[in-house]
Design a binder for this molecule. Structure first.
Ligand SMILES: [Zn+2]
Length: 475
């Protein structure tokens, strides 16, 4: 039809994963947005997608980029390297952490971090405000102002040096609920961890494999149960980050049945790895150390059931990049006891292929659920209304997959700055062959086409008064 001739670009003949359906359709793109879905669309530029599957670009709402760790260690990834890695794996929006240092004003933490992102980010981005010190002057006024300025999420911890006690958590939840933000929580009981760690070290058990025993399931279960009750009491929307155990998931499911405003994520390393990854010769296991640690097969099964039931809504990477050398994991020497080893693994680039392999190629839950869990639900929960869906009016953030292509990950084949791949040897079927950000290719056939600084900051409007505003993908 004549009035369809004017599209800038059309992706022709792919199997397109739109909201709740997989359809054969052309996707027309104009000015960076999806202009139309239909048959026989024509454009000035056309991309043949016959035989390919088209999904929304990934939205990864949990990644540590250019951030100082709780141990005072800088991440291995700058915005430039982290977002290059994201784009190569099909992720076109990231939410990382603008971390408040002790004693630092929130506005100052945000301004510094936003400047780094503006210079380096090649994909679109937003920030959770990481709250470590509610005792600074004008804390509440600054937090409210930042939420009103488009930052509608915060992050708090119940463990590590930056842990907050219940009274401070309740106070923050009062503010976030009133201002229309969601609070993301790293929930593990710090006292249980401290006691377990002391016991292990007294027994001479200080290797990477002992890390798992130092953070027992009860630590997560207790803190998750408590956070759910605090959220309920404060009527404050909460996102429980990186759920790893069947027991914590059961607490979340029960809280949601009571109507608590609680959402939850898990990560690929809890779905596909067990604590065995830590049990390797020498210090090798340090590469897989993260918190909470990987668990057992029963927990994996429960987490998949939680995704199927909707009690877990999203799968994020928890990308936490440290090199396996003296700048990262071994900053305290070549054979440090496990408490001195930085926690975290790279994950931005592998999240989508791993989930695509399991859900699309492997048949777990299917393609529509894949698109919801890695794109639509995180976009909705965290306030990115133009992201995460293939529908007219949305940003043309797209991934073209060859469903037949097989890839086996190598030792150091990711595009971050970490230098190892914790998924080495893992085989995936289904591989991204092209990634578009607002209509512009950022990856094509394994070549990186992104530009540092081309990513945009995403303003996120505050939630309405009723957290039940979060419906659709998020429920
Ligand atoms: Zn994290």
């Amino acid at each position: 039809m004549l009035d369809h001739m004017g599209y800038e670009c059309v992706i022709r003949g792919g199997r397109v994963v739109t909201d709740g359906a997989v359809i054969e359709a052309d996707i027309a793109i104009s000015e960076g947005r999806i202009a139309a879905l239909g048959q026989g669309l024509r454009g000035a530029e056309e991309i043949a997608a016959g035989g390919l599957i088209v999904t929304p670009g990934g939205v990864d709402p949990h990644c540590h980029i250019e951030q100082m760790s709780g141990m005072g260690l800088m991440n291995a990834d700058s915005f430039e390297t982290a977002t290059r890695s994201a784009a190569m794996g099909g992720t076109t929006s990231v939410i990382s952490f603008a971390a408040q240092a002790r004693g630092q004003r929130l506005a100052e933490a945000l301004a510094d971090y936003a400047a780094r992102a503006r210079r380096g980010a090649a994909v679109d981005h937003a920030f959770h405000i990481l709250l470590s010190d509610p005792g600074v002057p004008d804390f509440e006024a600054d937090l409210r102002a930042l939420i009103a300025a488009g930052h509608r999420s915060v992050k708090i911890f119940t463990t590590y040096a930056i842990k907050l006690e219940d009274a401070a958590i309740l106070e923050i939840l009062r503010i976030t609920a009133a201002a229309g933000a969601i609070a993301c929580v790293h929930a593990e009981n710090d006292a249980i961890i401290a006691a377990a760690r002391a016991r292990l070290l007294a027994e001479g058990r200080d290797r990477p494999r002992d890390h798992a025993a130092s953070r027992p399931p009860e630590a997560e279960i207790e803190a998750v149960a408590r956070i759910c009750r605090l959220a309920e009491n404060a009527r404050a929307p909460v996102m429980i980050f990186h759920v790893s155990t069947a027991g914590a998931l059961a607490e979340i499911a029960a809280a949601r049945r009571r109507g608590a405003p609680v959402w939850a994520e898990t990560c690929p390393h809890y779905l596909f790895q067990t604590a065995e990854v830590l049990d390797r010769p020498g210090m090798e296991g340090a590469k897989w150390m993260c918190s909470p640690p990987q668990r057992g097969l029963d927990d994996q099964r429960a987490l998949w059931a939680g995704l199927a039931a909707g009690d877990l809504q999203i799968v994020s990477s928890d990308h936490a990049p440290y090199r396996a050398d003296e700048t990262g994991k071994f900053v305290h020497g070549p054979r440090p006891p496990f408490p001195a080893i930085a926690n975290g693994m790279p994950g931005l680039e592998v999240r989508l292929p791993l989930m695509f392999e399991a859900m699309a190629a492997g048949g777990r839950l299917g393609l529509s659920a894949f698109a919801r869990i890695v794109s639509a639900a995180p976009a909705e929960i965290f306030g990115l209304p133009r992201k995460g869906r293939i529908l007219p009016g949305h940003d043309a953030d797209l991934v073209l997959w060859d469903p037949a292509r097989v890839h086996v990950y190598g030792a150091d084949d990711l595009h971050d700055n970490v230098g190892y791949n914790p998924w080495e040897g893992h085989r995936v079927r289904g591989w991204p062959v092209m990634v578009l950000l607002r209509g512009a290719p950022v990856m094509r056939e394994g070549s990186y086409l992104g530009t540092p600084g081309a990513g945009r900051w995403l303003h996120r409007a505050a939630l309405g008064a009723d957290p039940a505003d979060l419906t659709g993908a998020a429920r």
